[in-house]
Design a protein around this ligand. Structure first.
Ligand code: ACO
Length: 444
């Protein structure tokens, strides 16, 4: 990487760093601009590559591709760093609450006292959903997966809130942003209540964001429900830890959907669909299924053996990450929270937790996991905490979606404001048939 020979030849001003691409088939050289962010690896700007060279790049899974410029979240997966707008996830989890983090992600700075109180007020007073949305739920089977309900209901919001769908109007964008953050706990709790056959519980404006969600999820009209403050704090922390994670699959899905000009409700519904898969947000559900399948500590070696077997597709759920090649910092915070929740609920000798701790211990020492840098990720501990709090496994990914909505919408807003925003449209390496003559049905 240098001031390239091609640069010297072309007389290009030496005011940038370039890498030179040499096409040996034509002996041509091309200078590609190298750009630096405030942190993280440099990137090679290939925006004009096709125009200049006639080549596309090939990068399935986008392992070497930066899809956008962003100021929201920074991750250094080698050391295990996650920061939002410069603040470490550990500090945010320790000292702030989810409303602070939402404001930070959406508006770039932590709110001062009056900004915070205005924001909390605005979110609190938009938490009810249109009454007619209640009937929409009734179209689903009672045993529908709550993520299926979430994808459907959130997508349907654009049919209920017409005054927030014009993406070119900053006020409508602001309104849609606040509506989504505010209504997501109500929508998620309703999905849960519907699956139980219990009545929907309306939001309460005297409760915090997390406490209100627990109230809507667990209270019933027949008796009083007092939210346990330790559980409310743990819930809030889980929301913080899941709030954003730069350009992961669901966030990229939201950006791609939004790049066509789709309204924010539709984009967030697309993010929910992407999050559902077991390689992404669905992993927390898969972790619990795995721990139950393992059953007891003495069976762990058998499952580790399977995970290491090249001929067996089995993987340890909650281990490994595309970006983190070190302990996921969110998992470290959540590990602590898990113990607090279990202590508060008086849960001792929880077999799933015992199995999880032992599994983590063995995997962290195992050559296979060490060499491949497979550490526990956030999903490893969130499932155990959520189960102890009383959520069924089918709700785990719903809670992830609830918390991640603010990240999706912050990233969507950032994209919409880019001056050169264009539709996302990757190309491909075509390896199908070349042109051939149509064969009539009777000749095939
Ligand atoms: N168990 C056993 N082996 C694994 C695991 C695992 N959990 N994860 C990766 N590996 C192995 C792969 O077999 C592969 O081995 P190879 O090089 O010999 O072929 C190597 O490690 C690299 O794995 P890839 O699949 O190439 O890594 P990728 O970055 O594509 O995948 C992913 C990351 C999807 C998270 C993967 O580690 C995985 O499937 N983990 C389990 C599911 C999970 O916990 N997902 C949650 C992700 S975090 C989140 O969404 C919040």
């Amino acid at each position: 990487m240098s001031k390239s020979p091609a640069e010297a030849k072309s007389g290009k001003p030496a005011n940038g760093e370039y890498v030179t691409l040499i096409d040996h088939s034509t002996e041509k050289q091309y200078d590609l601009l190298v750009r630096s962010g405030t942190e993280g690896p440099k990137v090679i700007d290939i925006q004009s590559l096709y125009k200049d060279t006639g080549y596309f790049t090939y990068d399935p899974g986008y392992t070497s591709t930066g899809s956008c410029e962003s100021t929201i979240t920074f991750i250094d997966g080698e050391i295990g760093i996650l920061r939002h707008r410069g603040y470490s996830i550990e500090e945010l989890a320790e000292h702030s609450d989810y409303m602070d983090v939402c404001y930070l992600l959406l508006y770039g700075e932590l709110p001062n006292a009056s900004q915070k109180s205005d924001f909390v007020h605005e979110i609190t007073y938009h938490s009810m959903v249109h009454e007619q949305l209640l009937y929409f739920y009734r179209g689903f089977r009672r045993d529908a997966h709550p993520m299926a309900i979430m994808a459907g209901v959130v997508g349907a919001l654009s049919a209920f809130y017409h005054e927030s769908t014009d993406i070119n109007d900053p006020e409508q964008r602001r309104m849609a942003t606040h509506q989504l953050v505010a209504k997501m706990p109500t929508i998620a709790a309703m999905a849960y209540k519907y699956s139980l056959g219990q009545p929907f519980v309306y939001p309460r404006n005297d409760l915090s964001y997390a406490a209100n969600f627990l109230h809507m999820a667990f209270s019933v009209p027949a008796e009083e429900y007092n939210v346990n403050p330790v559980l409310a704090r743990a819930m809030d922390r889980i929301f913080i830890l899941h709030a954003d994670h730069e350009q992961n699959a669901s966030t990229s899905t939201v950006r791609i959907a939004g790049s066509s000009g789709a309204n924010p409700f539709a984009c967030i519904a697309a993010g929910i669909a992407s999050l559902w898969g077991p390689a992404h947000g669905g992993a927390n559900e898969a972790v619990l299924t795995m721990l139950r399948e393992i059953g007891s500590k003495d069976r762990i070696p058998e499952f580790i053996k399977r995970a290491k077997d090249k001929n067996d597709p089995y993987r340890l759920m909650g281990f490994g990450h595309r970006v983190y090649k070190n302990y996921d910092p969110r998992a470290a915070v959540l590990r602590e929270s898990t113990h607090e929740v279990l202590a508060e609920l008086g849960i001792k000798n929880e077999p799933l937790l015992d199995t999880a701790i032992e599994l983590e211990r063995i995997a962290l020492q195992d050559d296979y996991f060490v060499e491949k840098k497979l550490f526990p990720n956030v999903d490893f501990y969130s499932g155990i905490t959520l189960q102890a709090m009383g959520f069924p496994t089918s709700m785990f990914t719903v809670l992830f979606a609830l918390a991640r909505t603010v990240g999706w919408i912050a990233q969507w807003k950032e994209m919409i404001k880019e001056p050169n925003q264009r539709i996302g449209r990757p190309r491909q390496l075509y390896s199908g048939s070349q042109e051939r003559t149509f064969v009539p049905l009777d000749k095939r």
